[in-house]
Design a protein around this ligand. Sequence first.
Ligand code: SAH
Length: 201
Amino acid sequence: MVDEQLLTRDIEDKRVLEAMQSVPRRAFVPEGIRASAHMDNPLPIGYDQTISQPYIVALMTQLLVQKVPVGGRILEIGSGSGYQTAILVSMGFEVHCIEVVPELVEPSREVLSSIGLEPASMMVGDGHQGMPNKAPFDGILAAACARKLPKEWRKQLKEGGVIVAPVKRSSGQYLFRWTKKGRALKRENIIPVRFVPLIKS
Ligand code: SAH
């Protein structure tokens, strides 16, 4: 997976490649489809949700570590299977997760604890609200697509911190990285993407 899907593209950060190498993706995929665990696409995890494509997980992680030192406090929105969580925890980040589907939270917690990669906290809730009691964050990473950037995310971000998230545009979804500079957010356009929508609860 790492050799064919990541090294041939633009994933070059050693820490990201090592994490992708060491975290077993198959542990986060439902048993019936484990044979496909290392394929280059998203996979169903139930409740109409998916585990993200490995390349996208690696790319978003790389966009984060380029700006946030390891050890930084990260808010992960839409933790789903827990795969992205495991990658971030294994790299040494302090990870706080929010997931809106309660049925996904317990199984992901169990898998993460069984491989010794538990996040600092995990809650059921609507990611639009962020996690005010753990703010401010050095980084916010979202795996579901918002209609526009939620105000709370901007508020809960530290100076110099980054948001890596897909947002809807008229032409389709696009992945962006924003960096907080004073009262402004500097935006970088990354690539067109396809994520599940960020559900309003
Ligand atoms: N990183 C996850 C991606 C799962 S897909 C993985 O690789 O497994 C996106 C996730 O976002 C889904 O689990 C979905 O339930 C969750 N989600 C959707 N809307 C949300 C919201 N408003 N708040 C929090 N999580 C949300």
